[in-house]
Design a protein around this ligand. Structure first.
Ligand SMILES: Nc1ncnc2c1ncn2[C@@H]1O[C@H](COP(=O)(O)OP(=O)(O)OP(=O)(O)O)[C@@H](O)[C@H]1O
Ligand SMILES: [Mg+2]
Length: 327
């Protein structure tokens, strides 16, 4: 049985740009899928196709058990969406914005009011509740937009970069809200450029690049693919690099890589802290002076880098080079 969010071979082109080039996804009910990818990878396009805002050129999508292309209205009733660009009405207050959403979903005025108050508290907007949204900071707008997506608790939620622009404290708070939501049974697809966020919240991660899912798995599975742990040594003198490399060759699973200008040597290993201690003893006994030495486990950043060929942050470059040109 397909999951609460299911996509098969989704294709969407804009002129010459293949924003989605055959995307497959399957998100089991009650789980979180993190869609990870650089700027222009196709994340927002995927979310828009799955939430009926955009019609794919081809492919199949089923959300909450309903065919997205055949019954978009029914899908809309079962989903919540918080977009990358906040959809708040500037001239209404925070409270009015939330009440309006409740009314759009045919809640009774009293229930909509109570729900608005509850969400304003939860998102730390109570003090600003009766000010027009145009006086809100960027982070406040983002929180209001998220609150708006939660007025009715839909079984399936989509969040497009929910914490972009939030400060670390607000990001943490939002993570708590999201965890609560999911523990209540909601299925969530969230896009993010923060690897830490995917690591923290997502059961499964799909890495998207150029409109395709290039890797899928749990955070641990993806990290394991990148090649497990490594020992890193920074020697004190350049002259010691060769000798240190020889030591590492003896302990490692492969050829050590050397960064001359930083005097850093890295080698993949198995054996953890115990092996690290042995490496240190051996370097020491040969009189090789170390500025730094440690065991490094791959992070999602490493995964991202090895899969897409560029670091998550440098993705902004792509935006300037490619994305703007197409618009
Ligand atoms: N309405 C549109 N018209 C033309 N091109 C579009 C349109 N929407 C998206 N694209 C293009 O499709 C590609 C994927 O864009 P999309 O917004 O899905 O990427 P994204 O992964 O969400 O990026 P970001 O991280 O910057 O939000 C980009 O090359 C973009 O320029
Ligand atoms: Mg986007």
């Amino acid at each position: 049985m397909p999951g609460a969010i299911y996509a098969e071979g989704l294709v969407k082109t804009f002129g010459d740009v293949r924003a989605l080039d055959g995307v497959d996804l399957d998100v089991p009910e009650g789980t979180v899928l993190g869609l990870l990818g650089p700027n222009g990878a196709g994340k927002t396009t995927a979310v828009r196709c799955l939430t009926t805002l955009l019609r794919p050129d081809s492919g199949k999508a089923v959300v909450a058990g309903v065919d997205v292309l055949r019954h978009p209205d029914a899908v809309r009733r079962s989903i919540g969406l918080s977009g990358q660009f906040a959809a708040v009405d500037e001239y209404l207050t925070g409270r009015e914005n939330l009440q309006m959403v409740g009314q759009l979903y045919q809640m009774r005025a009293k229930a909509a009011k109570a729900r608005a108050t509850e969400l304003l508290e939860q998102f730390h907007l109570a003090d600003a509740a009766d000010r027009p949204a145009k006086t809100y900071s960027g982070g406040m707008r983002r929180r209001l937009d998220l609150a708006a997506a939660l007025v009715v608790s839909p079984p399936v939620m989509f969040m497009d970069e929910p914490t972009t622009g939030l400060d670390p404290r607000n990001r943490q708070q939002l993570w708590e809200v999201i965890k609560q939501l999911v523990s209540g049974g909601t299925t969530l697809l969230l896009t993010t450029q923060y690897l830490e966020e995917a690591d923290h919240l997502a059961h499964d991660i799909a890495v998207v690049d150029h409109g395709r899912v290039i890797a899928k798995g749990t955070s641990d599975q993806l990290k394991a693919r990148t090649g497990g742990e490594r020992v890193e040594v920074v020697v004190h003198e350049r002259e010691e690099i060769a000798a240190a490399a020889e030591v590492l060759r003896g302990f490692g699973k492969g050829e050590p890589s050397v960064e001359e200008h930083t005097r850093k040597l890295t080698v993949p290993v198995t054996g953890g802290a115990k092996l690290l201690a042995e490496v240190i003893r051996e370097l020491d006994s040969r009189g090789i002076e170390m500025d730094d030495v440690g065991l490094r486990r791959p992070t999602l950043d490493d995964v991202f880098l090895s899969l897409t060929g560029h670091a998550a942050e440098s993705a902004e470059q792509d935006e300037r080079n490619g994305k703007e040109a197409v618009k």
